[in-house]
Write a protein that binds this ligand. Sequence first.
Ligand code: NAP
Length: 314
Amino acid sequence: MQTVIQYTRFGGPEVLEVAEKPDPIPGAGKVLIAVKAAGVNPIDMKLRRGTRPSDPIDKPRRVGFDASGVISTVGEGVEAWSVGDEVVVRGAAGAYASELVASAGKLVRKPRNVSFEDAAALGIPAGTAYQVVASLGPAEGDVLLIHGASGAVGQAAVQFARERGVTVVGTASARNLDRVRELGAIALEYGDGLVDRVREAVPQGVDYVLDMAGTDDALQASFELVADRSRIGTIVAGPRAAELGIQAWSGGSPVPLTEEQEALRAEGLDVALQGLADGTFQVEIGAVYPLAQAADAQRAGESGSVRGKIILVP
Ligand SMILES: NC(=O)c1ccc[n+]([C@@H]2O[C@H](COP(=O)([O-])OP(=O)(O)OC[C@H]3O[C@@H](n4cnc5c(N)ncnc54)[C@H](OP(=O)(O)O)[C@@H]3O)[C@@H](O)[C@H]2O)c1
């Protein structure tokens, strides 16, 4: 039997149910994966709460987009993959599960020396971070301010920007500043007085801003620090981006990602996996929960008390 997490109405973590289903059979071009780890992302909670608009729920809705595991069955016509291959899936249809059917085209090989937990932590966060840093385009010597640098996307973005020779100023709460500093950024506490702290830390000025927080304070500080709004990008305040004159990538934006941006997101997962394998990229795992405790895992995610990725293991 396959264990899945699902919900049939919008609401708090309590709407998540653990359900048992017959083992799925992968169709043509698909594989069945024995899931070893699934990443918990904020979008999972936004969809569950109904704060990110989605279709009405007319049948049980599965949860989660990022998974890693081992191929257990190969569907017809799949040549590139075999039973036993260790893989990572981006854009999975229901990653919170013990078994998962995925299109062969969505699979990425997991390097042997990367753990399943680390591998499941990358799809959305590292893919997004890689794409937004590339799309915004800071170059060597530029100064980039990242709001929310201690988060999963933020930590990855700090590393990708540092890799380009960019000076990064990253905001976080006081308890997480050490982590932002460890990744090579100038770490500053968000909140009152942020603009002054940034000006003191980088008297040469800020060239670009990436907003991973979406708060009014973060946006206002961005406007005070960077006059050219095309150099400010958000992944959270998408619905307001056009009116504010800033860039947005998904995050509620009515403008879909371009093919090029989608390709960058896929590339970001590859780059992060290779970086983990060769020790040039880091991912922080904050907590690991059994799959059946998905509601507790999401509760912890929503509380903001866990720094680093929250992972579910079947
Ligand atoms: N557009 C997209 O495609 C896309 C993709 C991925 C994620 N997202 C969105 O991006 C956001 C971040 O995702 P994530 O996975 O990195 O989440 P996360 O790991 O939970 O991180 C949240 C970050 O926000 C920071 N933060 C909280 N309150 C803040 C404030 N008032 N001012 C500045 N920063 C604040 C946190 O800092 P402390 O913990 O130090 O307080 C932390 O760095 C989420 O809203 C998510 O839905 C969008």
